[in-house]
Design a protein around this ligand. Structure first.
Ligand SMILES: Nc1ncnc2c1ncn2[C@@H]1O[C@H](COP(=O)(O)OP(=O)(O)OP(=O)(O)O)[C@@H](O)[C@H]1O
Ligand SMILES: [Mg+2]
Length: 162
């Protein structure tokens, strides 16, 4: 049951790209192998911006992080192997299967999944979901939900590190 209630929820506000990047950095240093992080929110809300800084914090060249049209998943190697999905244009579960998403979600790399809400049933139960809500030109409300024990511990550490 992947659509059960989150075990833990925290929220943050961001008033600039810099503040969103700071949150990405804070989370990146806490991350563990095999984590799955879903990123949702409207077009231009800041999902890729978050992933770029998250990846950079783990030693990935930030310019390699973008959301090119029709590329469903990109892989980056830093301190961990990162798999960056953009499911915006994915229509069916079959398309996800074709790119081996299930194996990647179960593997030891870190999955960052833009528009994960479109395929919640395909995601592992223990995952973090980050929702970006645009509340002004640069203002964002960022809600982080943990759906399992491992991701709840990470959110707990995030709170403790502040
Ligand atoms: N507080 C903020 N946090 C993040 N991005 C912001 C903020 N304020 C303004 N921006 C701008 O919003 C845009 C976010 O773009 P980004 O590509 O990250 O969005 P996205 O959520 O990935 O969109 P898409 O669904 O199209 O992939 C950037 O142009 C960025 O400069
Ligand atoms: Mg994006």
């Amino acid at each position: 049951m992947n659509n059960s209630n989150p075990l833990k929820t925290i929220s943050r506000t961001s008033s600039s790209v810099r503040e969103t990047e700071l949150l990405a950095q804070q989370l990146a240093v806490l991350v563990e192998p095999g984590m799955v992080i879903g990123l949702n929110g409207s077009l231009g809300a800041g999902k890729t911006c978050f992933v770029r800084k998250f990846a950079e914090t783990l030693g990935v060249e930030p310019n390699s992080v973008n959301s090119p049209t029709y590329v469903i998943v990109q892989h980056y190697l830093g301190d961990y192997l990162l798999h960056h999905f953009d499911l915006y244009r994915v229509e069916t579960e079959d398309e996800l299967e074709e790119i081996g998403a299930e194996e990647l979600f179960e593997g030891q790399g870190i999955c960052l999944v833009e528009w994960s809400n479109r395929f919640t049933e395909s995601l592992p139960e223990d995952r973090l979901e980050i929702n970006f809500l645009s509340t002004g030109e640069e203002a964002r409300e960022i809600i982080l939900n943990a759906y399992g024990d491992k991701s709840s511990i990470i959110l707990g550490k995030l709170t403790a590190s502040e």
